[in-house]
Write a protein that binds this ligand. Sequence first.
Ligand code: PMP
Length: 399
Amino acid sequence: MPKPPSLFEKYTSLQNSFSQLTENGQRNPFAVLIERPLSSTVGIIEGRETLLFGTNNYLGLSQCPESIEAAIEAARIFGVGTTGSRIANGTFSLHKKLELALAAYFNRKHCLVFSTGYQANLGTISALAGKDDYLFLDADCHASIYDGSRLGQAQVIRFRHNDADDLYKRLKRVENEPGARLVVTEGIYSMMGDIVPIKEFVHVKHETGAALLVDEAHSFGVLGKHGRGVAEEAGVEDDIDFITGTFSKSFGTVGGYCISPHPEVELIRLSSRPYMFTASLPTEIIAATLASLRVIAEKPELRQKLKDNSAQLFNGLREAGLQTGEQISPVVSVVLEDIPQAVAFWNKLLENGVYVNLSLPPATPDRHPLLRSSVSAAHTPEQISKTISIFKEIAKSLS
Ligand code: PMP
């Protein structure tokens, strides 16, 4: 028999690109080790105190004392794992409590908690849009949304990023075709921090009869009077059919959810593989998330602080002559020309005690490398100005 090719043959070009990233002793940007967080804004990396500006910890709640205490207490009572899926032995009283609390927070009847935000999108989208249905996805939607479309085998139509007119045209083109239509957008986009013009999308939804799902992963806890996200901020919550989100950002824990006013969404519990065929979240995570939700509800001042901090970083980096996105949000990305420049800049930031995310094409919009910062309500103005001056000095030295 002829010898088949190696399973790793397809990775040759990935291996080459990766080798270029790490040549000349540069660090592997995808294997940064946080030896220990000292707070939600400072951690030890390479033995040094480092300012954390790439953790999505928008409200600083990963270190929230109430959430930590709730987790310890739950672990003592319930143990450290559920050892089962939501549809078998993995639904404890706390899972139900969190679903009820979240549904109530959104003024909705239905909430399903998944083990991650990735699975919430994968499980919700694949269950809603089947092979005879049309799924309209913003070109910049997260990988979990695109993966959900593959799992459900829906017919995918991409529309231009944040462009409701383009979506409308594409919906019109298939108006006489059978099959349901689901439109998916995000609240705040994770790479450039730009915000969806949700009212325009709601208008298109009403014009065309499509259902609308908004992933509020980066906007929950950030936008809206109560922090419910972009739909609350724009006053269109009643027009949204499904909201998905994650606990791994503003909540500071891990997990994901889908919220809906439609009772049929409960059927996802009986049909969605990412909900059914994985272990449920451990109760210490659920208890910590419940505690974080209480803090989010009771401390609107965290959102104001986050807004002020976001504006400080955004304006400071722009004044330093760096190219950012257009809108102020907690995701502040500096756009660079090419990968070697971005890698060198990122390495220097870390050497100078600032950690941000290095985001590389094809995961970035417009194929530009990004130095992606995420701001936290827990950052102090001094930490932000220090970071801006470090960015400025490095930009000067590299150009
Ligand atoms: N949606 C968006 C827009 C995201 O950015 C992310 C994670 N970065 C997810 C979903 C997945 O969330 P999780 O980390 O909880 O899996």
